[in-house]
Write a protein that binds this ligand. Structure first.
Ligand code: NAP
Length: 463
């Protein structure tokens, strides 16, 4: 039997349900808090009091890494999901079930069996505050979600056993999805895989499907990258192409098969917002575009990781004078990232009214392309498709480049664009679009699974 891991806030029933599941499935039960206490010979409050939280987290990490890899049911501490290293260990070859309950139920359970407080807040507020703080980590940690509010431990164990043997989506939903994928758009190999996952009687009902939503998106590198990462981290997922001109269709299918999440690309980054229950503050209020959707516990949450993909490679250039070329979808995330790094930003665009519109949203300067020479920037970021295969144009003339100017081309096909080639010839520090792709993909993976993938691992897999 695969390892079953129960996560969730204190009072959601992890220990009681874990024991009941262990009795039903006739397998060993491990409570990681008990394991920490027996290994250290100290209670958890004592470890916190005498050795500090850092020490507790380090012991917790060692314990997570040492758990048996199969035939076991593991109940975890409420904060375990916040550490990406723990998630890397816990998720490996496991089914992670997130237990949730409403605040009142948790409060009643904790009043009956008090535990040391986590904050100085009254209990009800503490639960609300901590659950809210950790909620996205809980979602990222989970393969399945189960609400324990009105269920006894024994009844919950029975329902979870059914869930484990049948999966979430029924035959009708799988048929809907199969019709969607079976349109002849997908190449034969992924289509065969998705057909097996949806219709094969011997399929694993717990294999979750996710993918990239766009039109067109068959060129996307994300399926290869994510599937390789699933193999590497032993995650029971398959990532495919959700390519359709109608976003309505894509979202319907994603929900029907209980997809774990979607990477969203052109032309849906803005329109997808109306399908979501929640959006993070960067994606919604500021950038106005979502490139990552996480489905968990009946909610769909939108995030934007594009801006982080631009921000990360530029951290050491805080405060630069920057020119951003282009004012389209990716430029919005780039402008947000540059402003976040305290840069003096001018947006230059072919159509000046689009530059003005974007600049006014973020408080940047703006202008047309021919103003470039006047600005003398320390940094140029290309957010236009110029130089993207099969286009071979360079957005800047050679005499506009100088060796003290950092050049970041967001275009990543080809890996070395005409702009990057010219900038290198001039001696400029350069950053390729692959760096953005790598960083935004790492952020997505963290939002989907709670695991921090090293940049070198992603680079190795996409090159
Ligand atoms: P978009 O929304 O279509 O915007 C394109 C921008 O480029 C617009 O401002 C447009 O100006 C300008 N533009 C288009 N053709 C031009 C031309 N011939 N001359 C001058 N300006 C031109 O595209 P997007 O979604 O922002 O994507 C831009 C590029 O980012 C893509 O081509 C892709 O290579 C790159 N990208 C990279 C990553 C990564 O991970 N590295 C991810 C996504 C996208 P107007 O306002 O005048 O139309």
């Amino acid at each position: 039997m695969k390892r079953i891991v129960l996560t969730g806030f204190r009072g959601t029933g992890k220990t009681e349900i874990g024991k009941a599941l262990s009795a039903r499935l006739n397998s060993v039960f491990i409570d990681t808090d008990d394991l920490i206490e027996s290994r250290t010979g100290r209670s958890i409050p004592d470890i916190f009091h005498y050795e500090g939280e850092e020490r507790f987290r380090s012991i917790e990490r060692e314990v997570m890494a040492s758990l048996p890899s199969s035939d076991v049911i593991v109940s975890t501490g409420g904060g375990v999901v916040c550490d990406p290293k723990n998630m890397e260990h816990l998720r490996q070859n496991s089914t992670v079930i997130l237990l949730v309950a409403d605040i009142e139920t948790i409060e009643q359970r904790l009043l009956k069996k008090p535990r040391p407080p986590l904050t100085s807040l009254p209990l009800h507020e503490e639960i609300a505050e901590m659950m809210d703080r950790r909620r996205r980590n809980y979602y990222a940690s989970s393969d399945l979600c189960f609400d324990t509010t009105e269920t006894s431990a024994v009844a919950a164990a029975e329902k979870i056993t059914t869930l484990l043997s049948k999966g979430v989506s029924g035959q009708v939903q799988r048929d809907t999805a199969l019709a969607f994928f079976n349109t002849g758009r997908l190449p034969p190999i992924p289509l065969k895989k998705i057909t097996e996952l949806l219709s094969d009687p011997g399929r694993d009902p717990l294999t979750r499907i996710m993918g990239v939503a766009g039109y067109p998106c068959a060129h996307s590198r994300s399926p290869n990258l994510f599937n390789a990462l699933f193999d590497h981290y032993q995650l029971n997922y398959h990532y495919t192409w959700f390519e359709d001109p109608e976003l309505d269709e894509i979202m319907e299918v994603a929900r029907a098969i209980d997809a774990k999440g979607l990477s969203v690309t052109i032309p849906f980054k803005h329109d997808v917002i109306e399908y979501l229950d929640e959006i993070d503050e960067h994606a919604a209020q500021e950038i106005g575009a979502v490139n990552t959707v996480v489905f968990a516990c009946g909610t769909a949450i939108g995030y934007n990781t594009d801006w982080l993909g631009v921000r990360k490679p530029l951290i050491s250039l805080k405060g630069s004078r920057a020119v951003l070329l282009g004012a389209g979808g990716v430029a919005a995330g780039a402008a947000y990232a540059l402003m976040d790094l305290g840069m003096e930003v001018t947006i230059l665009n072919r159509t000046s009214k689009n530059a003005q519109k974007l600049a006014e949203r973020f408080g940047c300067a703006w202008g047309t392309w021919d103003e470039f020479d006047r600005i003398k920037p320390d940094l140029v970021v290309n957010a236009t498709p110029l130089g993207m295969q099969p286009d071979t144009r360079n957005p800047l003339r050679e005499d506009q480049l100088s060796k003290d100017m950092t050049v970041f081309d967001l275009v990543y096909t080809p890996p070395v664009t005409p702009l990057i080639e010219a900038a290198r010839a001039k001696g400029c520090p350069t950053i390729t679009g692959l760096e953005m792709f790598i960083e935004q993909a790492r952020e997505q993976f963290y939002l989907f699974f709670g695991i921090d993938v090293p940049a070198e691992k992603v680079r190795e897999l996409v090159q």
